[in-house]
Design a protein around this ligand. Sequence first.
Ligand SMILES: Cc1cc2nc3c(=O)[nH]c(=O)nc-3n(C[C@H](O)[C@H](O)[C@H](O)COP(=O)(O)OP(=O)(O)OC[C@H]3O[C@@H](n4cnc5c(N)ncnc54)[C@H](O)[C@@H]3O)c2cc1C
Length: 386
Amino acid sequence: MKTYDAVVVGGGIIGLSCAYYLLKRGKKVSLVEKNEIGAGASGACDDMILLQSKAPGISLELAIESLEIYKNLSNDLGMDIGFHTRGGMILIDKKEHLGLMESYVDSQRKYGLDIEIIDKKQVKKKHPYVKEGIIASTFGTRDSQVDPMRVMKAFLKSNLDMGMDLYRNKNISEINKLSSWWQIRFDDGSSIETETIINAAGSWSSDIGKLVHVDIPVTPLKGQILVTEQLPSLGKENIWSSDYIVSKLKPELIEADSIDKRLGIGLAFSQTADGNYLIGSTREKGNFNKNTTYEAIETLTKQITYFFPILKKINMIRSFAGFRPLSQDGKPIICEVKENEGFFIATGHGGDGIALAPITGKLLSQLVCHEKTSMAIDELNISRFG
Ligand SMILES: Cc1cc2nc3c(=O)[nH]c(=O)nc-3n(C[C@H](O)[C@H](O)[C@H](O)COP(=O)(O)OP(=O)(O)OC[C@H]3O[C@@H](n4cnc5c(N)ncnc54)[C@H](O)[C@@H]3O)c2cc1C
């Protein structure tokens, strides 16, 4: 029977990052994936490392630290991960959003983020194709992006080069504690043993939790995205609408029974390195139905052509949906479970898992090695849910 120092469950960007940092520390690691690498949210999402959307506090601190790691990650992994810093703008088109956005920007500036409100003239200068009638916008220089598929590919290659064993298309049927070891049994009757388990199964983490009687309050938040044909750049910065922030800070300001509110849409608009634009995305609570819907496609199209009328003439080439692993309070869960020594959790990243993958892997590896973590992360412990 194969034995490991650590078995990572889940082959999304978080599991791959955790495995990478553990392997770098000389641990013997395997990764178990129920389907294929990238089958979950990490293969069906936007591509942003967005600082502006993070509330001051641990979420923003994690994002800032992660961005620093991302800057060198292509070199560290020996593969281009599509990292770019283009900056970002959150367009404000409603008077009632302006005051709220001003105080939000203020609180982030006090936290050290270089972000400001620019007027409509400056907006037009940066993004000439934005519709008339925009009141103002935020502007931040550090918002960046990566190609999540390339990040996963690069992590996977490095991990395999460092000796990681990969178990694909494997369904875990049981997890048993054997004195100080864990035994993981698969549907096909085979099993492996390990000193530690890292549950990085994204929106499915609670299923793994149930196998060891740990309640993990993480549920799927569906997001649908549209992809345009390849286009010339409309402007350097990636774009959001203030609905995206306002719906988090003051949901009552979003029209009560609008489709936008029901589908949870606040526009996100970014251009990939290949020239396609990603238009996102919905925020739908509920089930694991991966279909995209006519209603969402129509609403996203209306939103983008409202802000960029010029896009009425272009073609959409596909749509897709993914499931954000959303924790009960919207913050990640990164910890060892106190009552289950050797069982670790790295999940619940919601809409921020691409941005936070490197810092999560780094912190998790420090926890597994019983070191002081490089940031204080007590508030990310699962014990906060009682
Ligand atoms: C529409 C959309 C837009 C987004 N945009 C952004 C963005 O711009 N920036 C950002 O930072 N984040 C964004 N996110 C969020 C980001 O995609 C997620 O937070 C991140 O991908 C989560 O990674 P993960 O590895 O935890 O989960 P996943 O990628 O879902 O991986 C979990 C893996 O576990 C596997 N698994 C499940 N059950 C088992 C089992 N029993 N045994 C073994 N394996 C199992 C699954 O098959 C899957 O491969 C977006 C998400 C969506 C849906």
